[in-house]
Design a protein around this ligand. Structure first.
Ligand code: ADP
Length: 482
């Protein structure tokens, strides 16, 4: 039998209280008695009783609401309410108060002791159950924490051992994670970078451009160029509920191979130009050196067309070589809308012969460019020329120029065949021609490579948005000149 449990008796002085004191004392319980609410609070502060018996009246206050009050603070405290009243009204009040036991007259000593014992044993079972539950939940949480710690360890090991640079950012572009390779790429000398703001920790213009433009979906890849010649391909991946990740692969060796290939093409093109010029010259002389019959005339015409095609190919290749070697440094103030108007004039007869509808939409506030006017004209001729070339008769071409912050945005939209989604990333590669191009449309696959080189040599970006059967939009972003 529990001998030393403290029982708090809180009720007005009465013969019933005396009876309770005697009964519980005789059963060896420790007792504390109070006749008011303040006394109850004081005792509770000193030592928490194992059980409380609260009278219906306590120093002029309602014992029911005091019980509710106590249960607010000690939800598992066993409380027996003593009420003079019996019947359903009193029982309803007791239930509402949420107490665990109820005593009412007529009272015998046994009734009191049994009710106290019953409530104490119930409270102890409840306590045991609670302790078990807390232990079980804690163990399961510990287990989960161990697992997630292990998972995190694994993830960190994977990220730090892969040979690509990896940076994980939160939504506000603070670094959550970065591997060793990132330190090496940006020569950070082991400085702590986790937690820092990316642009402060790694002030690299190419990386910042990727982050800024990828956020609004304009860019997913960007090359990061270093002064020592290294080039990295950086990719941006949004991570839902985390932020984003930037991965970087060293593509310097690919760039070197590309450079060697370009040098080779440049040399070959250069060496081909002189013989081609002399072939063209001699072909002209053939016509002058004596009368030709009709077949000879026709064959000569075909030869001339082919040699001219080869010459323009060689010229395009030489152009590309010059652009890629970065020798194009001529910069003048250029008005893009004017260049567009001139270009349209030249294409006028082709536009009319195909009955194309050409719409121009130029915002009035277009700033000028610092650019090489010949290259800008070449870029526009290629884009507009392609739109005209690939759009079927009676089609529609929209030329739109607007300002977006300090960038000039040119959009060339057509109602042509479109470009298959899986080929759009290769469309700017040299010699690449889309699989769905109309077979009768001639071309070398160099025009868009030249466009890309020109745009990039002016610190701009170009990409295509296209849907097969609907049309294509080529978008060019060029920094405006203040
Ligand atoms: P070319 O036109 O000489 O083939 P380009 O480099 O200008 O070379 O274009 C590459 C390829 O891109 C084309 O062969 C064609 O398949 C596709 N292309 C270019 N512009 C368009 C366009 N406006 N509509 C549909 N396809 C296009």
């Amino acid at each position: 039998m529990p001998k030393h449990d403290l029982i708090l008796l809180a009720m007005d002085a009465s013969p019933t209280l005396d009876l309770m004191e005697r009964a519980l004392h005789a059963s060896d319980y420790e007792l504390a008695t109070t006749h008011d609410h303040a006394g109850l609070d004081r005792i509770v502060q000193q030592s928490i009783p194992a059980l409380m018996i609260i009278g219906e009246h306590l120093g002029g206050e309602d014992g029911f609401s005091i019980s509710m009050d106590v249960l607010e603070r000690f939800p598992t405290m066993p409380i027996i309410l003593y009420s003079e009243k019996t019947g359903s009204d009193a029982a309803a009040k007791v239930i509402r108060a949420g107490v665990s036991g109820f005593l009412h007259p007529p009272l015998r000593i046994n009734d009191i002791v049994e009710e106290v014992q019953r409530n104490l044993s119930r409270a102890s079972k409840l306590g045991d159950w609670l302790r078990r539950e807390v232990k079980r939940t804690t163990a399961s949480l510990e287990q989960k924490a161990k697992i997630s710690e292990a998972e995190r360890g694994k993830l960190e090991a994977i990220i730090s051992n892969i040979q690509d640079g990896v940076i994980v950012l939160d939504e506000s572009h603070h670094i959550l994670l970065a591997n060793k390779i990132v330190q090496e790429i940006f020569n950070l000398n082991g400085a702590p970078i986790v937690g820092g703001y990316l642009k402060d920790i790694i002030p690299n213009a190419d990386l910042s451009a990727l982050i800024d433009r990828a956020r609004n979906g304009a860019l997913k890849y960007h090359e990061i160029n270093f002064d020592d010649g290294r080039v990295f391909n950086a990719q941006y991946t949004p991570l839902p509920r985390i932020g984003s990740a930037v991965t970087m692969q060293d593509i310097s060796y690919l760039k070197e191979i590309d450079r060697l290939k370009n040098d080779f093409i440049h040399t070959v093109s250069h060496d081909l130009r002189s013989p081609l010029t002399s072939i063209l010259g001699y072909m002209e002389l053939i016509g002058r050196s004596g009368p030709l019959n009709d077949s000879q005339q026709e064959f000569l015409g075909r030869l001339q067309a082919s040699v001219q095609h080869m010459t323009s190919l060689v010229n395009d290749l030489l152009d590309l070589g010059r652009l890629e070697s970065g020798f194009d440094t001529r910069r003048e103030t250029v008005d893009l809308c004017n260049v567009m108007e001139y270009s349209l004039n030249v294409f006028d007869s082709q536009i009319k012969s195909k009955s194309l509808q050409v719409i121009t939409e130029f915002s009035p506030n277009i700033k000028s460019l610092r650019a090489n006017p010949i290259r800008i004209r070449q870029m526009i001729d290629n884009l507009v020329g392609n739109a005209i070339k690939y759009t079927p008769p009676n089609g529609r071409i929209l030329l739109n120029i607007v300002m977006q912050e300090n960038q000039i945005v040119l959009r060339v939209t057509d109602s042509g065949p479109g470009i298959p989604a899986d080929e759009q990333t290769r469309i700017f590669d040299k010699f690449f021609r889309a699989s769905n191009r109309p077979r009768d449309v001639e071309g070398s696959g160099l025009g868009l490579a030249i466009v890309k080189s020109i745009v990039e040599s002016h610190q701009g970006r170009v990409w295509v948005e296209s849907k097969v059967g609907v049309g294509s939009t080529f978008v060019v972003l060029l920094p405006a000149h203040d």
